[in-house]
Design a protein around this ligand. Structure first.
Ligand SMILES: *Cc1c(COP(=O)(O)O)cnc(C)c1O
Length: 346
């Protein structure tokens, strides 16, 4: 079965070799305060920095999931309140956790095919979702830049779960970028990569909200010494290093995904199929959500499954009337061509 599910997604083909290497080299049994562990962590951070072109002044630490990271950010970084822009299920869930932690959390929802505009807000933390995995939309760089230009000491936090590792990100336009590893990064679930700016670290230390073991400041402090707050997902950290090492430069990866996206769009137009989002500037390179009647969707999913291809179900509001195709780097061009060939007969 070849999976086109947008998370948990298809793993890198090399995964069995990497896992065997992790077992054989002994890293899974070393103490996480040891020099061996610190060297492995450091290598992974350096690989991430190099391949994804993370600016040198930004730091990196690891958590267990994007969901956990929503909460860590909301517990550690707002001075007064957080403001949330969203047009789909993941961004909305982040807002809902924000509201649970502070009744002052603000929501700026926008339509599926609507370009978001920057709102005036006195909130000091702005939360956005770079690729909304539930509906296949993403935020253009211009919007992220406008947010940055309008910000007045505000921190900007970005859920980049379906973007990191596939899209070249405008790092300096935001302060925190994070991604669970089981989507665009093509790794087994259970970990999240968090990239943070000096301003985010400074805010965390100033507020020093250390009431939680998962405080942002504690994670930064440990990361500065190639350490972690707790015994981490050592295998996960090791695998990110391996995946980055074989990924190649992010600009090349992004160009490859853009070309595949273009091929898919030509194909969809030819078939007369349409994406949920009709605004071309907002259609994500990494996740496509194709809309249609629920009966037809069911048929497409079952026919493809019979032929050995797993499509993604719709999500949230769009559960019944869409299916999703991940365009993540771990899946090869030839597999996309085979899926297209099969779909062309439906
Ligand atoms: C999948 C996803 C999440 C949740 O990831 P977990 O690893 O389950 O916490 C959060 N945000 C986005 C954009 C996602 O696609």
């Amino acid at each position: 079965m070849i999976s086109f599910y947008p998370g948990p997604s298809a793993l890198w083909k090399e995964m069995p070799t990497w896992m065997e290497e992790a077992c054989d080299c002994g890293i899974l049994s070393v103490n996480h305060r040891s020099a061996e562990f610190a060297a492995m962590l450091r290598n992974t951070v350096e690989q991430l920095r190099q391949r994804l072109e993370v600016p040198e002044e930004y730091g990196i630490f690891f958590t267990s999931s994007a969901t956990e990271t929503w909460e860590i950010i909301l517990q550690s970084l707002p001075i007064k309140s957080s403001a949330h822009y969203f047009n789909g299920a993941f961004g909305q869930k982040w807002f809902e956790y924000g509201k649970l932690l502070s009744p002052r959390a603000e929501a700026f929802p926008f339509g599926l095919s609507e370009t978001p505009t920057v709102h005036f807000t006195s909130s000091d933390l702005v939360c956005i979702t770079h690729t909304e995995t539930s509906n296949g939309t993403y935020l253009p760089d211009t919007f992220v830049r406008q947010l940055r230009e309008a910000s007045n000491g505000q921190l900007i936090a970005v859920d980049a779960t379906s973007s990191m590792g596939g899209i070249s990100l405008p790092w300096r336009h935001a302060d925190i970028w994070f991604a669970s590893v089981q989507k665009c990064l093509g790794l087994p679930a259970g970990m999240c990569v968090v990239v943070f700016s000096p301003a985010a670290a400074a805010r965390a230390f100033t507020l020093n909200k250390d009431k939680h073991y998962n405080a942002f400041a504690a994670a930064v402090e440990q990361a500065n010494n190639w350490q972690t707050t707790h015994t981490p997902n050592v295998l996960g950290i090791f695998l990110v290093g391996k995946a980055m090492n074989s990924l190649g430069n992010i600009n090349k990866v992004h160009a490859r995904l853009d070309q595949r996206k273009k091929d898919w769009y030509d194909f969809l137009i030819h078939k007369g199929w349409s994406l949920l989002c009709t605004n071309e500037n907002l259609q994500a390179p990494t996740v496509m959500a194709i809309g249609g009647e629920s009966k037809w969707i069911e048929r497409v999913k079952s026919e493809t499954k019979k032929a050995g291809f797993m499509l993604g179900n719709g999500y949230g509001t769009w559960k019944e009337n869409s299916f999703r195709i991940a365009n993540f780097p771990a899946v090869q061009n030839s597999d996309h061509q085979r899926l297209m060939e099969l779909l062309s007969h439906l």
